[in-house]
Design a protein around this ligand. Structure first.
Ligand SMILES: Nc1nc2c(ncn2[C@@H]2O[C@H](COP(=O)(O)OP(=O)(O)OP(=O)(O)O)[C@@H](O)[C@H]2O)c(=O)[nH]1
Ligand SMILES: [Mg+2]
Length: 453
């Protein structure tokens, strides 16, 4: 299968990365906080033998000579707080500190500090640690980087790391799990939209595949779940749950074994358009959600309320999608529903090729319930991108706060280039899918439908 090196950068990146690893170690690979495998696990249903179990665990974890498993993870931040916090948590000890790159400077919410000045001074150390991780891999598939696009470290430094990964490992897949900023997250950083668009420009050029999460949509989901008082930690658990599904067919036997490359190949008809919308169900494991059949799970996946970046799939068209089911269902059962769903709703797909919907089933459930995730290349992503472009433009046309970033050596041209690149992507998504949906009217969308969460 080949190994994936996971890199988490900045405050948000480190918090969601921790939740991801805690989830997959504790609930999915039976790894205890000290790195040992739990003796009580029951692998007969999933694996044929222990060698097969180790083969799959090896993708995101490395085994030491003493039989302890630790994440193939690099923890990087330009300030120490997030990693300090992680180290106090239940699974904090599972990360090896030799793979940390921690600094005291802080990027102060400024993309240019992360990408150029401070970040550039520190990036070699991160790459050094990545190299150490890569030396422990027999057949590295690629990288998964987690970060937010709104701050200085995850956004600026994170995308610098991405560009170095691309340069040093040109034949490996570089993917990211990127969190878009929300005005509702009560951020006091006025230049978030600059940070986001400058980072997005880098993601277009230097990643193969991006899983898009939007804090705006996640805050909405969180409030429907009555978890608002938990702040980001509830949101991060949702992202971790979804990312565990996105990666489950690399980590467990499944009908169509996917790896990062196969995922990217199936989803991306044009290299620049590699920004995935992800829907997941059930988002909360409550009793109302536990007994859904395959059709109901499918229906939820196409509901706007279950999309992690808030884009209504009906406002665009799918170019390609992978529906990933976890549970005891068979691939034939899923395929039967999938083909009837895509035939019935063929207008939701681009009309220049037959609906490209692949399904996969992984027997290993995520917790106690059957679940489903749709990783889609949908032209509706342009609504998220347009929103961020508007926020950027409101600042940039007034040159507001520009001096904060230019003071770090940036030129106004770079802002214009990033904005053009983003606008081009928005136009490309529109051209490939949405021409006849220009008069799309969202007034009749039923956002209160009962299949929410
Ligand atoms: N989902 C989620 N979003 C977060 C979290 N922490 C911060 N954010 C959002 O991410 C953006 C700020 O990014 P951070 O990750 O805190 O910043 P950073 O990458 O550490 O960069 P600097 O601190 O500026 O150097 C803002 O839009 C926040 O609302 C988190 O734990 N989860
Ligand atoms: Mg920070």
């Amino acid at each position: 299968m080949g190994e994936v090196i996971h890199v988490q950068v900045g405050g948000c990146g480190n918090h969601i990365g921790y939740q991801f690893y805690e989830r997959i170690a504790k609930h999915e690979h039976s790894i205890l906080p000290n790195g040992e495998k739990s003796l009580t696990r029951n692998h007969e249903n999933i694996y044929t033998d222990i060698d097969e179990e180790n083969y799959y665990t090896n993708v995101f974890f490395e085994e030491s000579k003493s039989g302890r498993w630790s994440p193939r993870a690099v923890l990087a931040d330009l300030e120490p707080y997030s990693i300090d916090q992680i180290q106090q948590l239940e699974y904090g000890r599972i990360f090896k500190s030799e793979y940390n790159a921690i600094y005291q400077y802080g990027a102060g919410g400024n993309w240019a500090k992360g990408h150029y000045t401070i970040g550039a001074e520190c990036v070699d150390n991160v790459m050094e640690v990545v190299r150490k991780q890569a030396e422990n891999c027999g057949n590295l598939q690629g990288f998964q980087l987690m970060h937010s696009l709104g701050g200085g470290s995850g956004s600026g430094w994170g995308t610098l790391v991405i560009s170095k990964l691309r340069e040093e490992y040109p034949d490996k897949i570089v993917s990211s799990c990127s969190v878009f900023p929300s005005l509702k997250a009560s951020s006091t950083n006025p230049v978030e939209a600059y940070n986001c668009v400058l980072a997005f420009h880098q993601l277009i050029e230097n990643t193969d595949f991006v899983s898009c999460f939007d804090n705006e949509a996640l805050i909405e989901i969180q409030s429907k779940l009555n978890l608002t008082n938990e702040g980001f930690s509830a949101i991060n658990r949702i992202i971790a749950k979804v990312m565990s599904d996105v990666t489950c067919s690399f980590r467990f036997p499944s009908h169509l074994g996917y790896n990062l490359r196969k995922l990217a190949t199936n989803l991306i008809p044009f290299p620049r358009l590699h920004f995935a919308t992800i829907s997941h169900t059930p988002i909360s494991a409550d009793s109302n959600n536990s007994s859904k059949n395959i059709s109901e799970l499918f229906q939820n996946l196409t509901s706007p309320n279950n999309v992690m970046c808030g884009c209504d799939p009906r406002s665009g068209r799918y170019m390609a999608a992978i529906a990933l089911f976890r549970g005891s269902m068979t691939l034939k059962e899923v395929n039967d529903v999938a083909s009837s769903v895509s035939n019935k709703n063929s207008s939701n797909w681009v009309d220049w090729m037959p609906p490209n919907l692949k399904s996969n089933v992984c027997k290993k459930k995520s917790g106690d319930f059957e679940s489903a995730t749709l990783i889609a290349n949908s032209t509706s992503i342009r609504f998220l991108l347009t929103n961020i472009e508007n926020r950027f433009d409101n600042l940039f046309k007034r040159k507001a706060y520009l001096h904060n970033l230019c003071y770090e050596g940036m030129d106004e041209m770079e802002f214009s280039e990033a904005q053009h690149n983003l606008n081009d992507i928005i136009t490309e998504y529109k051209c490939y899918g949405d021409e006849i949906l220009d008069d799309f009217d969202d007034s009749n969308l039923d956002l209160s439908s009962k299949d929410l969460i």
